[in-house]
Design a protein around this ligand. Structure first.
Ligand SMILES: *Cc1c(COP(=O)(O)O)cnc(C)c1O
Length: 377
């Protein structure tokens, strides 16, 4: 097991050209995105704290609409955040103060489990396989669940697994019946295809349960790490959450909110299709070049990330990661995504696709060369 966390690995890979380590949007701007960036000096000059709250509400409404979500300000209070991780930190504080335990989806990005554990929130795994193995699997899990909180990520990082509408409805129904709190991290919702979109916010508001939804734009638009994450908090949790939130933040930069709103408006024109297509192109480039006998795609092909299983015997994810790093290509290995049962990720690698195609082509060539070099196939 690797001692360092995934983000530390990602930080170390930042200086390298062939960094496919983090899932942030490090790609060139499209022509239309460039036109927005070209106006950024004006957005800066027009930024005004006095219009900030109105601008935030408008941003949240438009961002949710892009994701096919209802904007329900009577139920949800929207609180802006610097990062989605800060939103997780706030949720973790809330759970600790209320002495709540949580069933957390597995696999997931390691910082969610690490933050919850640092606050000594007792964790139990919510294996994502119960979302794909049919209703009996989900029912069996719900029957044995003892945690006070269910914490889901959909679509999930790294696998792209989606909580279907039927499963979500059932989980919410369970939360109503058992008085559980639901946390949903929807940071990748823009990558869902039209058929997979349903209205989380409407279902949650209609149920009346306590819940927090975490949203983010950092894995979507390349804005030099400027992003506009937010928490949507249900009525009974607001007073507790808002106090903590105000300990961290007075006001997210209105410039950032404006810039990201412009990106949202751009995506509205085609319902976000261009964002998904950029990823599909890179995925196709990659899959046509790497030998499937070496690395097999083991994801839903949704996110700007590829989750790969090492299919050759005798090699594990960490071994391949090291060999690739020696050759200048930086990816993550899978164990740390399985925060409860690391061995389940032993054969996996995660590779970023939100990059320029030439980076993907180069990395694919390095991987193919490595496969030849190993001579196992
Ligand atoms: C990246 C990520 C986060 C954290 O986002 P930051 O804004 O970088 O802190 C939270 N949740 C999920 C699912 C993520 O992939």
């Amino acid at each position: 097991m690797i001692e360092r966390n995934l983000t530390q690995e990602e930080v170390d890979a930042l200086p390298f050209e062939h960094n496919l380590s983090d899932g942030h949007a490090f790609r060139s701007w499209t022509h239309a995105e460039s036109a927005i960036i070209a106006q950024s000096a004006r957005f800066f000059a027009e930024s005004d704290r006095r219009g900030g709250q109105r601008a935030e509400a408008e941003y949240i409404r438009r961002y949710l609409a892009l994701g096919g979500q209802s904007y329900i300000p009577d139920y949800f209070t929207g609180l802006m955040s610097y990062s989605a991780s800060m939103a997780v930190e706030i949720v973790a504080n809330l759970l600790r103060l209320r002495r709540l335990s949580a069933a957390l989806i597995e696999p997931c990005f390691d910082n969610i489990a690490d933050i919850l554990r640092r606050h000594r929130v007792p964790l139990q795994p919510f294996p994502e396989t119960v979302l794909t193995d049919g209703t009996a699997a989900l029912e069996a899990l719900l029957e044995t669940l003892t945690a006070d909180v269910i914490f889901l990520v959909s679509p999930n990082n790294p696998t792209g697994t989606v909580v279907s509408e039927a499963a979500f409805t059932r989980i919410v129904e369970y939360c109503v019946a058992e008085g559980k709190l639901l946390v949903l991290d929807g940071c990748f919702r823009v990558y869902l295809s039209d058929e997979e979109v349903y209205d989380h916010y409407r279902i949650l508001a209609a149920s009346g349960i306590d819940c927090v939804v975490i949203e983010d734009t950092g894995k979507v638009w390349p804005a030099a790490e400027l992003k506009a994450p937010f928490l949507s908090v249900s009525p009974r949790l607001v007073s507790a959450v808002i106090g903590m939130h105000s300990d961290f933040l007075l006001h997210l930069s209105p410039f950032t909110v404006r810039l990201i709103t412009e990106f949202v408006c751009l995506a509205e024109a085609d319902g976000g299709r261009y964002l998904r297509e950029l990823v599909v192109e890179n995925r196709t480039l990659f899959q046509s070049r790497i030998p499937g006998s070496f690395l097999r795609t083991d994801d839903t092909q949704k996110l700007g990330l590829a989750w790969l299983e090492v299919s050759a015997g005798g090699l594990d994810g960490e071994g391949v990661r090291r060999l690739l790093a020696e050759r200048g290509v930086h990816v993550l290995s899978g164990e740390r995504f399985y925060w409860s049962s690391p061995h389940l990720g032993r054969r996996h690698l995660r590779m970023a696709l939100l990059r320029d195609p030439d980076i993907i082509v180069h990395a694919s060539a390095v991987i193919a060369d490595l496969w030849d070099e190993l001579g196992v196939g």
